[in-house]
Design a protein around this ligand. Structure first.
Ligand SMILES: CCCCCCCCCCCCCCCCC(=O)SCCNC(=O)CCNC(=O)[C@H](O)C(C)(C)COP(=O)(O)OP(=O)(O)OC[C@H]1O[C@@H](n2cnc3c(N)ncnc32)[C@H](O)[C@@H]1OP(=O)(O)O
Ligand SMILES: CCCCCCCC/C=C\CCCCCCCC(=O)OC[C@@H](O)COP(=O)(O)O
Length: 315
C-alpha cells in the first residue's frame, strides 16, 4: 500500500506505455513489409515503381562498387566489359527473355557503327546483350553528372555529346571518326541511338545524322539493330512492368565506303526505312518470326543493306 501511490504506479504506467509503443512499432515493422508485399502483388503501378527504383539503384550500386576497379585501368573501352557484366543479370531479375537474331552480323573484323532504336532506359538491358567488345555508346552529356554513374560511364570510355550544342557535338563525332580510322589494329566500334532521345512509341523518330556522318567520315559499315517494342510487358506511360520477351534483330550491315557527306541524308533515310520495316514486323504478335524471311526478300529487291546472312541465334 505504501508503495502504491507515487513512484511505483507512475513508473509502471510509463513502462506500460513504452511497452505498448514498442509492441506497436514491432508490429508496424513487421506489417510494413507485409503491406508492401501485398501492394506489390495487387498494384501494377507500385510494382512498376519498385522495379524502376531497383533498376536505378542497381546501376548506382554497380557504378559505385565497380568504378574503383575500373579506375585501376584508367579511362578505357576495356571497362565496357565490366559495365556489360554488371548489367547482364538485370534481365533475370525482371524475367525478361531475350531473343537475339542475326548476332553473327556483329562479328566483323574491322570497326563499325551500330545504330539502334531507343525506347526507354531499359534499352541498356538489350544493349549489353549484344554489344560487341571494344564498342562504346554515344551518350548525352547529362549522364556525366550522375555521381558515380557518370564516373563509371567516363571510365568506360563512353563518348559524351552536348545535344544542344551542335558544333561541339559535331566536333566530338569528327574526333571519334578519326579514332575509329586510326585504331585499325585494335578496332573501335560506336553504338548510337540515332533518334537522339527516348521514344516509347511503336515507331521511330526521324534519325539525327551524327551516326551516319560518323560512319561516312570513318568509312566504316553501319550495323542497324532493332529492339522489339516493349509494350507487351513495359510502359512508362501506363506504369506497367511485367515479365516478357524481347527480340533483338541485327540487320545486315550497310557499307559506306566511297560515300561522301552529300550522301548522308539518303543513307540516313534508307537505314531508317529498313529499321522501321523490321520494327513493324516485330510489332506483330510473335515479334515477327517471319522477319528473317522478309529481310531476305528485301535484300533480293536490292534494298540498301545488301550483305550479311540471316542465321538466327537465341539466348
Ligand atoms: C564500370 C561499371 C559500371 C556499371 C554502371 C553502369 C552504368 C550504365 C550507364 C550506361 C549508359 C549508356 C548510355 C546510353 C545513352 C543513350 C543516350 O544518351 S541517347 C542521346 C545521345 N545520342 C544522340 O544524341 C544521337 C547522336 N546525335 C546526333 O547525331 C545529332 O546529329 C547531333 C550531332 C547531336 C546534332 O543534332 P541536331 O542538330 O539536332 O540534328 P541533325 O538533324 O542530326 O543535324 C543537323 C545538321 O547538322 C549536320 N550534322 C549532324 N551531325 C554532323 C556531323 N557529325 N558532321 C557533319 N555534319 C553533321 C546534319 O547533316 C544536318 O545538316 P543538313 O545540312 O540538314 O544535312
Ligand atoms: C551527385 C549526384 C548523384 C545523383 C544520383 C542519381 C542517380 C541516378 C540513377 C540512375 C541512373 C541510371 C542511368 C541510366 C542511363 C540510361 C541511359 C538512357 O536511357 O539515357 C537517356 C538518353 O538516352 C536520352 O535521354 P532523354 O530521353 O532525352 O531524356
Amino acid at each position: 500500500f505504501q508503495e502504491f501511490p507515487g513512484g511505483w504506479s507512475g513508473s509502471s504506467l510509463r513502462g506500460g506505455t513504452m511497452d505498448l509503443l514498442l509492441l506497436l512499432l514491432l508490429h508496424g515493422l513487421l506489417l510494413l513489409p507485409l503491406a508492401a508485399l501485398l501492394l506489390y502483388r495487387c498494384s501494377s503501378t507500385f510494382q512498376y515503381l519498385c522495379k524502376m527504383a531497383f533498376f536505378n539503384c542497381w546501376i548506382v550500386a554497380m557504378a559505385t562498387l565497380l568504378s574503383p576497379f575500373a579506375a585501376f585501368r584508367g579511362r578505357s573501352v576495356e571497362n565496357m566489359k565490366l559495365l556489360r557484366a554488371s548489367l547482364l543479370p538485370l534481365k533475370r531479375f525482371y524475367g525478361i527473355r531475350m531473343r537475339v537474331r542475326g548476332s553473327e552480323r556483329l562479328q566483323l573484323p574491322g570497326p563499325f557503327v551500330i545504330v539502334c532504336n531507343h525506347q526507354a532506359s531499359l534499352d541498356l538491358i538489350g544493349m549489353v546483350e549484344v554489344i560487341p567488345d571494344r564498342c562504346v555508346p554515344i551518350a548525352k552529356r547529362e549522364l556525366l553528372y550522375l555521381g558515380t554513374v557518370g564516373w563509371a560511364c567516363w571510365l568506360s570510355g563512353i563518348i559524351f555529346i552536348e545535344r544542344h550544342r551542335r558544333d561541339a557535338a559535331i566536333g566530338v563525332i569528327s574526333r571519334t571518326a578519326g579514332t575509329m580510322r586510326r585504331e585499325n589494329v585494335s578496332r573501335l566500334c560506336v553504338w548510337v541511338f540515332p533518334e537522339g532521345t527516348r521514344n516509347p512509341g511503336r515507331s521511330m523518330l526521324p534519325f539525327k545524322r551524327g551516326a551516319f556522318h560518323l560512319a561516312v567520315q570513318a568509312q566504316v559499315p553501319i550495323v542497324p539493330i532493332v529492339i522489339s517494342p516493349y509494350c507487351d510487358f513495359f510502359s512508362s506511360k501506363e506504369k506497367r512492368f511485367t515479365s516478357g520477351t524481347c527480340t533483338i534483330q541485327v540487320l545486315p550491315r550497310v557499307e559506306t565506303r566511297g560515300l561522301s557527306p552529300k550522301d548522308v541524308p539518303k543513307l540516313t533515310e534508307s537505314v531508317w526505312q529498313a529499321m522501321a520495316k523490321a520494327l513493324a514486323e516485330m510489332s506483330m504478335s510473335d515479334h515477327g518470326d517471319q522477319d528473317t524471311e522478309q529481310l531476305q526478300l528485301g535484300e533480293d529487291r536490292g534494298s540498301p543493306q545488301g550483305q550479311g546472312d540471316t542465321a538466327e541465334s537465341s539466348k
